[in-house]
Write a protein that binds this ligand. Structure first.
Ligand SMILES: Nc1ncnc2c1ncn2[C@@H]1O[C@H](COP(=O)(O)OP(=O)(O)OP(=O)(O)O)[C@@H](O)[C@H]1O
Ligand SMILES: [Mg+2]
Length: 416
């Protein structure tokens, strides 16, 4: 649109310029025709000498054929500045100083034109006519004496004929510009469509990657749970049973050794279970948000981090909102566990009648925007995914972090 406007304005200026030039050209042409064709053949020596009969005769010719529209005044000068004839009869015989342009025109023999200076005494009878264009043309009497023929035209009529000329081109220009724009419209819209499709594909890919990794985690968690965890649990039971047996058979040392083995096995099972929770988030819908969030921080608590989960007791949120809050909490606690080196992690859910809010706050090392951008560049998209999720859901995600002062990630979402 900007390009179109620029082209339009430039064309407009150029066309107006061409129109005005053309109108000036026409005005000069008209003066030349009138001067050479009508005035020059009738320039007698009698007229030059001021003979009243010759003046009347010339005056009649001028009034009949020349003066009117668009030429409003005619003057005929000798090179020394005497007015030989004018249709303003009072000027005849008077002397004025010729302007530089007029003298130059007489010398070169060329037609020249300019805007009339109405303040000059020679032009006092033209002052009621508005802005005038004067065109001068060197002519000769029938005996060969050089004179200057000067015709005055109303500037408004020159300007309006200029306007007519360029207005004739304007519709073609406007149509051309409109057609140009119309041709570009489908191009622009197809480009926009392609970009939108590209974006959608990118989002779909991202989502599929996330889903795929979640499927994978679920599968690994399932395998672990059904295989190794069951086996280890079985081993710890049978070790305990064997220890009891050995006790009753009077071999306390061997029994104790087996009991230690059973204890370590149980510890391993516990660790594996908390790993399973990380790998495979509990089914949110069945256990509820509070339980799911507690499961999230359990591994952190197991590592000695102080954790707090604060969820209003009677909280009731749509399952979509719960899932969103859970996803944010999951990524934020995962980040806190792997990057923050925190001593405390607090998960707080609060609500108002209009909005629900979750915040995950750690007192760890914090990070800078640059660090997050760098991480994203290396394919670590955890936070970016949260932003996309929040945007899709029309929620507000805030990431507040400062090196040395911990990190708070919060999400606020409207309740339907
Ligand atoms: N709680 C935090 N404490 C300190 N640094 C953090 C914390 N959360 C994020 N960061 C920094 O911000 C970076 C970007 O985090 P993001 O979650 O986007 O990626 P990631 O955790 O590195 O990888 P991914 O989440 O994709 O597995 C991290 O690499 C880490 O440097
Ligand atoms: Mg992360």
């Amino acid at each position: 649109m900007i390009a179109l406007a620029v082209v339009g304005v430039i064309s407009f200026i150029v066309m107006r310029h061409i129109g005005t030039n053309e109108a000036l050209h026409n005005a000069r042409g008209l003066t030349r025709v009138v001067g050479r064709g009508i005035a020059e053949p009738n320039l007698t020596e009698g007229l030059l000498k001021g003979n009243p009969a010759a003046i009347s005769r010339f005056d009649r010719i001028m009034r009949r054929h020349v003066v009117g529209d668009p030429i409003v005044r005619v003057k005929l000068w000798t090179p020394s500045g005497r007015v030989v004839y004018s249709d303003a009869r009072r000027l005849i015989g008077r002397r004025f100083k010729l302007g530089a342009d007029e003298v130059a025109s007489l010398r070169t023999g060329e037609v020249d034109s300019g805007v009339t200076d109405l303040s000059l005494p020679e032009n006092r009878y033209e002052s009621g006519q508005g802005k005038l264009l004067e065109v001068y043309l060197p002519v000769r009497t029938t005996a060969g004496t050089p004179l200057l023929f000067e015709a005055y035209q109303r500037f408004s009529s020159v300007a309006s004929s200029g306007r007519e000329i360029w207005l004739a081109f304007a519709p073609a220009l406007v149509i051309a510009l409109v057609v140009l724009e119309l041709v570009q419209l489908p191009l622009a819209s197809s480009m926009a469509r392609r970009m939108r499709r590209g974006n959608e594909e990118r989002e779909a890919l991202l989502k599929r990657a996330v889903d795929a990794s979640e499927d994978e985690r679920r599968r690994i968690a399932g395998d672990l749970h059904d295989g190794i965890v069951q086996e280890l649990a079985g081993i710890s039971f049978s070790l305990s049973a064997d220890a009891q047996q050995l006790d009753s058979e009077g071999a306390p040392d061997a029994a104790n050794a087996l009991r230690r083995g059973a204890k370590q096995t149980r510890q391993s099972v516990r660790e594996l279970r908390s790993l399973l929770v990380e790998l495979h988030p509990p089914r949110l819908r069945e256990a509820g948000l509070a339980a799911a969030l507690s499961d999230l921080v359990a591994p952190l608590a197991g590592r000695g981090v102080h954790t707090r989960v604060d969820v209003p007791e009677d909280l009731e949120l749509p399952s979509k909102t719960e899932a969103l809050l859970f996803r944010v909490a999951q990524e934020a606690t995962r980040n806190a566990a792997s990057h923050a080196d925190a001593a405390r992690v607090d998960l707080v859910v609060s609500e108002t009648p209009e909005r629900a809010r979750l915040s995950v706050k750690d007192d760890g090392r914090g990070f800078t925007v640059d660090e997050a951008v760098l991480a994203a560049g290396r394919g670590h998209l955890g936070l970016q995914l949260l932003r996309d999720l929040a945007e899709d859901a029309g929620a507000t995600l805030e990431i507040d972090s400062e090196p040395g002062r911990g990190t708070t990630i919060s999400i606020e979402v409207g309740r339907p």
